[in-house]
Design a protein around this ligand. Structure first.
Ligand SMILES: *[C@@H]1O[C@H](CO)[C@@H](O)[C@H](O)[C@H]1NC(C)=O
Ligand SMILES: *[C@@H]1O[C@H](CO)[C@@H](O)[C@H](O)[C@H]1NC(C)=O
Ligand SMILES: *[C@@H]1O[C@H](CO)[C@@H](O)[C@H](O)[C@H]1NC(C)=O
Ligand SMILES: *[C@@H]1O[C@H](CO)[C@@H](O)[C@H](O)[C@H]1NC(C)=O
Ligand SMILES: *[C@@H]1O[C@H](CO)[C@@H](O)[C@H](O)[C@H]1NC(C)=O
Ligand SMILES: *[C@@H]1O[C@H](CO)[C@@H](O)[C@H](O)[C@H]1NC(C)=O
Ligand SMILES: *[C@@H]1O[C@H](CO)[C@@H](O)[C@H](O)[C@H]1NC(C)=O
Length: 288
């Protein structure tokens, strides 16, 4: 078991050395409308910007339909918590895999449908002592681990293998399962449960108290960032068909995040608004 732990720690450090791509954070500003006229622009606390929309005629193709049920936005079966129109990203809630000393184990299963899991915004994170976490996705299988023998040696804010470990995920994942295991011969009172999940890196900060209990502010869920694009063809090809091209006036067309097929629209420098709108809506890219 000791050798296995050393190996796991080593593997974990190697994974940590993987290049961490910095992701540009664009301001989510916009002048004027964010939804089409006559359309609902929010559901509960979540803004729903075009090309996404609620109800017939409000979204750009079925790929962008949001259902608002009891003030809770749903994208297919996913619970939406944020849509970043300029970044080409959507944030959804997912469950946390866990296993506890009473042998109770909860694996998780996540399927993002047509969207891909962002490999720049998310990490595979595991929490606990003697943890061995697996992610099984198609086509990638990954491992995470964390070790610790005393609560005091872990450091708040540091997810470097002591009580917490994070590893990168590859681009293109649309489905994954997470399972987490612990050393059954150990029963550490300060670490009754171990956890693992794929989640938004920027919203996670390790705390030693998570060894005791990690519910993420009581929600039992963590945010995962997904990438979306318009259509399935690159900019050049898309721009040839004016009836289907989604970028409005004063925009530039860009490739999708992580080379996802399709394209995204951005306002030209000096312009702000919703780049997916044309002149008949108030929210298109206008001079600032
Ligand atoms: C909206 O946010 C407020 C304050 O953050 C919260 O109390 C409320 O429950 C939220 N409502 C919904 C529908 O999520
Ligand atoms: C709306 O939510 C309720 C409970 O939250 C659920 O029973 C119902 O099936 C949902 N409807 C749709 C269309 O998703
Ligand atoms: C999504 O919302 C429904 C209704 O509120 C809830 O039952 C379900 O647990 C949520 N799922 C996730 C992953 O947050
Ligand atoms: C995840 O688990 C489910 C149910 O156990 C299974 O049907 C699915 O094929 C698994 N997916 C992957 C990517 O391993
Ligand atoms: C670990 O300790 C808890 C309570 O402290 C107990 O309920 C559980 O049965 C123990 N598990 C093992 C495998 O000894
Ligand atoms: C543009 O797209 C529309 C809708 O898919 C299609 O009917 C039309 O033939 C396309 N036009 C050209 C020039 O390809
Ligand atoms: C603007 O877009 C709407 C649909 O989003 C369309 O009905 C309208 O014809 C478009 N107007 C122009 C000038 O392209």
């Amino acid at each position: 078991m000791a050798l296995l732990h050393v190996l796991l720690r080593f593997q974990c450090s190697v994974l940590l050395l993987w290049l961490q791509l910095a992701s540009a954070q664009l301001p989510n500003t916009g002048s004027g409308a964010i939804a089409k006229p006559e359309c609902q622009d929010r559901c509960g606390n979540v803004s729903i910007p075009y090309p996404f929309g609620i109800g017939d005629g409000c979204f750009l193709g079925e790929m962008f339909e949001i259902k608002c049920n009891n003030s809770e936005p749903r994208y297919g079966k996913l619970n939406v918590t944020d849509i970043a129109v300029l970044d080409g990203q959507m944030t959804v809630a997912t469950f946390i895999a866990s296993t506890c000393s009473d042998q109770e184990t909860f694996p998780t299963y996540f399927r993002s449908g047509k969207l891909t899991v962002s490999n720049t915004k998310n990490k595979f994170i595991s929490i606990g002592c003697d943890t061995w976490a697996y992610i099984n996705s198609s086509p990638w299988i990954g491992e995470g681990c964390s070790d610790c023998s005393k609560n005091e040696v872990t450091t708040d804010g540091s997810c470097d293998g002591m009580g917490c470990c994070e590893t990168s995920i590859p681009p293109g994942i649309t489905e994954y399962n997470v399972t987490v295991q612990r050393d059954p011969s150990k029963n550490l009172s300060f670490n009754p449960c171990n956890y693992a999940f794929v989640g938004e890196k920027s919203s996670f900060r390790f705390s030693s108290s998570y060894l005791q209990d990690f519910k993420n502010y009581g929600s039992g869920r963590v945010p995962v960032v997904l990438d979306w694009t318009v259509g399935y063809v690159p900019c050049k090809e898309a721009a040839r068909n004016v009836t289907t091209y989604a970028c409005g006036p004063n925009t530039v067309c860009t490739t999708g995040n992580n080379f996802a097929p399709g394209y995204l629209c951005k306002c030209e420098t000096g312009f702000a608004g919703n780049p997916y709108f044309n002149l008949t809506t108030g929210g298109y890219c206008q001079g600032t």
